[in-house]
Design a protein. Structure first.
Length: 363
């Protein structure tokens, strides 16, 4: 199949759902599969995939939204930097309305801060080149999918002599939190629907320790209904045959070794570090910080600011939702105090957030 509509054919999708039903019915067990990609989360809600699956299959959402897992201390630092008079803060749009401890980027822009929205880190480099009297700070939030583009922007700034370009890095890597959650008996994950875009960079082989050491089947799937149902069928097949391995359903994009050029760029610009994840805590080696050789582009090192004490909304359940221990609908704030127009937590803000997906499509 070559076109998007082919992966949404009613007969094909219903046929795959029926194959899943025939495979798992009467087995006497529930299978819990977690997706760790915000686009997968959105697809599950948008296409109503849960309604197509038998009760033996339980889908839960994990920490697949990079904006959602970014903790308040990063947001508070970004807000403190944007208040500096000589700074232009540059960001992707979904960061604007994420609430920090006492403010948000949207509120700061309303107060006069110079905050620009771009679609690519290279746009931020171009903006810095046009405003040499200012310091342009790009908010580098993302997983392995966007980390190479952030690395590329630093290399571009170096090559073009744009010395007023900086990155406030909050890049994270996804395999380590997947291992942490796989070991949590309270969640009891039977298999992972692995992230497609991340896997295009890091490759399927990156999940081999997860399958081998934690006895957790992994299948990398695409985003269309047929992709995801076929991936669920593959996961269920592994479980019922007593296997735990990494399979690629999304073969039209993902390779076992991944994108070696992108991986080399990440290794050149970044080094692993310990970073906090919203709701999960500090995970060793799960972040990427800018290497010392490129520290002149590191906003945290080059633009020191005083950051306010971190505060969390006492009623927000984003942390539990990101771990798959609670669904968005179970949060007492969902759809009442917390809505896309007036978000309390990051999971309701981002287009990849579980709460945003549930609010938009789940009702």
């Amino acid at each position: 199949m070559n076109y998007q509509d082919e992966f949404r054919q009613k007969e094909l999708v219903q046929g795959l759902a029926e194959r899943v039903r025939r495979l798992v019915s009467g087995r006497g067990r529930t299978m819990t599969f977690m997706e760790v990609c915000g686009t997968h989360t959105m697809a599950i809600y948008r296409f109503g995939l849960r309604s197509l699956l038998p009760p033996e299959i339980r889908l839960i959402s994990g920490p697949g939204c990079p904006v959602c897992v970014t903790p308040n201390d990063y947001l508070d630092r970004a807000i403190a930097i944007c208040r500096l008079p000589e700074v232009i803060t540059v960001t992707f749009g979904d960061m604007m309305r994420v609430p920090g401890s006492t403010s948000s980027l949207l509120e700061e822009r309303a107060k006069g801060a110079d905050i620009r929205i771009v679609y690519s880190p290279l746009d931020a480099v171009a903006l810095a080149a046009k405003n040499r009297d200012k310091k342009a700070v790009f908010l580098g939030v993302g997983f392995e999918t966007t980390a190479p583009t952030i690395a590329g922007s630093i290399l571009a700034a170096e090559a073009e002599g744009v010395a007023n370009y900086f990155v406030l890095a909050a890049t994270k890597t996804i395999p380590i939190p997947m291992q942490i959650l796989a070991a949590d008996p309270e969640i009891a994950i039977d298999g992972y629907i692995c992230p497609a875009h991340v896997s295009a960079i890091i490759g399927a082989d990156a999940y081999t320790p997860l399958a081998e050491n934690f006895d957790t089947p992994c299948v990398i799937t695409g985003f269309e209904p047929a992709d995801m149902l076929q991936g669920i069928l593959m996961l269920a097949g592994q479980l019922l045959s007593g296997e735990s391995r990494v399979e690629i359903q999304y073969r039209r994009v993902v390779r076992p070794e991944g994108n070696l050029k992108a991986q080399a760029m990440l290794a050149q610009l970044f080094t692993p570090c310990d970073v906090p994840w919203r709701g999960i805590g500090v995970l060793p080696g799960s972040g990427l910080r800018i290497r010392d050789e490129y520290r002149r582009f590191d906003a945290e090192k080059m633009l020191p600011v005083e950051v306010e004490p971190v505060k969390e909304h006492p009623g927000c359940s984003c942390g539990e939702i990101l771990k798959g221990k609670m669904s968005p609908e179970e949060c007492v704030l969902f759809g009442k105090v917390c809505t896309p127009e007036s978000p309390v937590g990051a999971c309701m803000v981002s287009s990849e957030g579980s709460c945003a997906a549930a609010y938009r499509y789940g009702q």
